[in-house]
Design a protein around this ligand. Structure first.
Ligand code: SF4
Length: 80
């Protein structure tokens, strides 16, 4: 379980129903434990916080997760 407090990282309900940006699609989420590698306490899949990171190689039909990963890819700038 993580050590950051929920209040420190603005743990809150995810904005949109079905959005990728929620604990359920975060690489730190531990669904079988309802916990998180970074944030302490019980974590619900439909919440989100400031530390959210998309799961690698996770297909997102809305394109949100794909864009987030492309933005972090250092190779993209080299090829532009
Ligand atoms: S968004 Fe990710 S880092 Fe933040 S509480 Fe949820 S699972 Fe943990």
């Amino acid at each position: 379980m993580g050590t950051r407090l929920k209040a420190e990282v603005s743990y809150r309900p995810a904005k949109r129903k079905g959005t990728m940006k929620q604990c359920g699609h975060c690489q730190a989420f531990q669904p079988e434990l309802r916990s998180c590698l970074m944030v302490s306490g019980e974590i619900e899949p439909f919440m989100v916080c400031d530390l959210w990171e998309p799961m690698p190689f996770h297909w997102d039909p809305e394109g949100e997760g794909v864009k987030a990963q492309q933005a972090e890819d250092p190779m993209e700038d080299d090829n532009a």
